[in-house]
Design a protein around this ligand. Sequence first.
Ligand code: ATP
Ligand code: MG
Length: 245
Amino acid sequence: MPASQNSSAKSELHNALTECARRQRRNRLADYRPYPKQKDFHAAGAEHRERLLMAANQVGKTFCGGAEAAMHLTGRYPDWWRGRRFEKPVRAWAGSVTGEVTRDTVQRMLVGDPRNRAAWGEGLIPGDTLGRISMRSGIKDAIDGVLVRHESGGVSSLGFKTYEAGREKWQGETLDFVWFDEECPMDIYMEGLTRTNASEGIVYMTFTPIFGMSDVVHTFLESEKEGQSSNARERPEDRPFPNGK
Ligand SMILES: Nc1ncnc2c1ncn2[C@@H]1O[C@H](COP(=O)(O)OP(=O)(O)OP(=O)(O)O)[C@@H](O)[C@H]1O
Ligand SMILES: [Mg+2]
């Protein structure tokens, strides 16, 4: 092969590989493979409106919560999915303690690195479904809400919320699901639950307990005994990365 053809073939191959890697980065949801406790947590959503994934640090709580959120927002459920299904576009909120924390955890997981806008679309919400993004004022690179294309052809919406804003900011809308990443105060939890009552929606929480036996934890443990909620507590044998990796 003449040298010029050889170099053009190499460059085509390079471009194809680069494009392939880019598509993979923008479709991380397709690669999500839950470990058993994450899978049980998802599956419990088919029967329970309220769920808690309480586990140690860095074992994949936010990842698991983010993947489930991305599935409901897009309607892209994998073959192994046994949890709750929404066949139509959803309205949802996801939140954490402060604006900064929400940006650096929930937003990062769902949308991509907050500080690198070129990477928005490389989170768990597939890049090809990510629509209009509205920014929050007062916190650099923090997103207020995103629109997401749903498989049905409609559009889902996700708002990012914070506990520090107080219960009032959790009022107002009817929602299909609410995801609390990190433990929230009881009044905010109840407000989030109320948002989903009319739609028979779901609420789920993912956290490492730092407040001990708080009201929220206590309520879950009690209602779990009565079979009304699911608390997918971690057992040591479920840890996917026993060495913290
Ligand atoms: N099922 C999985 N497959 C592959 N990687 C996973 C899986 N679950 C978690 N991880 C990886 O584990 C790491 C920690 O995940 P994540 O941030 O969700 O943990 P966390 O429990 O929320 O941590 P923290 O206690 O800091 O809130 C991430 O790098 C994530 O990619
Ligand atoms: Mg986390």
